[in-house]
Design a protein around this ligand. Structure first.
Ligand code: SF4
Ligand code: SF4
Length: 403
């Protein structure tokens, strides 16, 4: 494993020392365990993990294979003592990988293709081409102060080749909407993947390599506002990059916040004249909701779309359940059970469309939808669908043909 730069190591030491000190405040109240999805499927117990970390130190818990059962969903942020359990788990995973004792469960789904793509990008001296995806009339530039960051999304459909997914339509829709509010963003070739998945898999050196590269490119190109389309990339660039490397030169903004702030919704007034045809519910992705506090803007865009009625799910916002497969770790029967529970909740409420902003959530829920038991024939429900908000904008608002 590559040695981290000394400045980064110093930041980490400080961070981890504070983190470990805080665990001493744990009084074993079990609030974390009571909300933990991994505990529900008998894969991880955060209360026991913290107790073991206090008693034996991080190296002791790094040997415990259940650390790979945590979903890094942050539901346990309810801890009254402010103990950051997901970060402690990450620290344990990092030690586990360093000691080369990661269990098979650490191997991510889809033959680790996302991790591999990130490692290849981190190692390659050739900047990736990120702006060659099919467009209609949407406009963008090579350079500019406002830039659209797509991450791996232009090739996501190909990486998940065994599913009928379509994220390019969503990208085109976000670009179209930016044009509609008078912005022709730069889509600079050369920014690499954010490194979110390798980070949550405990591969810190690959993550730091990607973060340093991306931070330098953003600064060199003079980008002032970086509009990000994927919640996981947003979380990495907004919160993790500064934690490890210091402040970014650009303001990192999630695309729904950007559009709402630019008055996009005011451009959708004609929707008032259409009847409601679709009952849609919004599912908060962990990295955008609990980790970043963005709850309002996706809902504002969704409920202002033509013919859409927003239905409230039982558990929303801070309480929204995790899809169960962070960074493609934990794609198993346990997380399938969690996903089925969420899909049934939506279906029981008469939801036609479960909408979210995270391509990972869309992939994992779409997969689970295929194995969800149908309702019995006496119940006349329309089949539930799962869709990414940008893709829905593309088909429903801008009438794009899907790819
Ligand atoms: S919620 Fe916090 S204080 Fe309570 S058991 Fe969990 S880590 Fe300890
Ligand atoms: S991050 Fe989620 S899965 Fe991990 S311990 Fe906390 S609640 Fe459980």
């Amino acid at each position: 494993m590559t040695e981290l730069p000394s400045a980064v190591q110093a930041n980490l030491q400080k961070d981890f020392a504070a983190l470990q000190k805080r665990t001493l405040l744990c009084y074993q109240c079990s609030k974390c365990t009571s909300v933990c999805p991994a505990f529900r499927i008998a894969q991880f117990n955060p209360r026991s993990f913290i107790l073991a970390a206090v008693n034996g130190g991080i190296d002791a818990v790094a040997k415990d294979k259940t650390i790979w059962g945590c979903r890094n969903c942050s539901s346990c942020q309810v801890c009254p003592m402010g103990i950051d359990i997901p970060s402690m788990v990450l620290l344990a995973r990092l030690r586990s990988l360093r000691n080369d004792n990661a269990p098979p469960a650490a191997k991510t789904g889809h033959r680790r293709i996302f991790n591999l793509a990130q490692r290849i990008q981190a190692a390659s001296p050739v900047p990736p081409v990120t702006n060659k995806w099919p467009l209609n009339h949407q406009k963008f530039t090579e350079r500019g102060k406002v830039a659209l960051y797509t991450g791996l999304m232009p090739i996501w459909d190909n990486l998940m080749y065994n599913y009928d997914l379509d994220f390019v339509t969503g990208l085109r829709a976000v670009l179209e909407a930016m044009n509609l509010v008078g912005v022709e963003p730069a889509i600079p070739a050369g920014i690499k993947d954010s490194g979110h998945d390798v980070y949550y898999g405990g591969d810190e050196s690959t993550f730091i390599s990607l973060a340093q590269y991306n931070r330098d490119v953003v600064e060199k190109l003079g980008i002032e506002t970086l509009v990000v389309v994927n919640p996981e990339d947003y979380h990495a660039m907004k919160h993790l990059y500064p934690k490890y490397l210091g402040p970014m030169s650009a303001d990192v903004v999630f695309w729904t916040d950007f559009l709402v702030e630019k008055g996009f919704v005011e451009k959708l007034r004609y929707q008032a004249y259409l009847d409601v045809e679709i009952h849609a519910a919004y599912h908060d992705p962990c990295k955008l909701g609990r980790r970043s506090g963005i709850y309002a803007s996706p809902r504002v865009i969704l409920e202002n779309m033509p013919g859409i009625k927003l239905v409230q799910l039982r558990d929303e916002k801070e309480l929204a359940p995790c899809c169960g497969v962070t960074a493609f770790i934990g794609c198993d029967d346990g997380s399938l059970y969690l996903r089925h529970e969420r899909l049934k909740e939506a279906r029981d409420l008469g939801v036609d469309l479960l909408v979210t902003t995270c391509p990972s959530c869309v992939s994992h829920y779409s997969c689970a939808l295929a194995s969800l038991q149908p309702l019995d024939n006496s119940q006349k429900a329309k089949p539930l669908q799962v869709v990414e908000l940008g893709t829905l904008m593309g088909t429903r608002l801008f009438h794009f043909d899907k790819k």
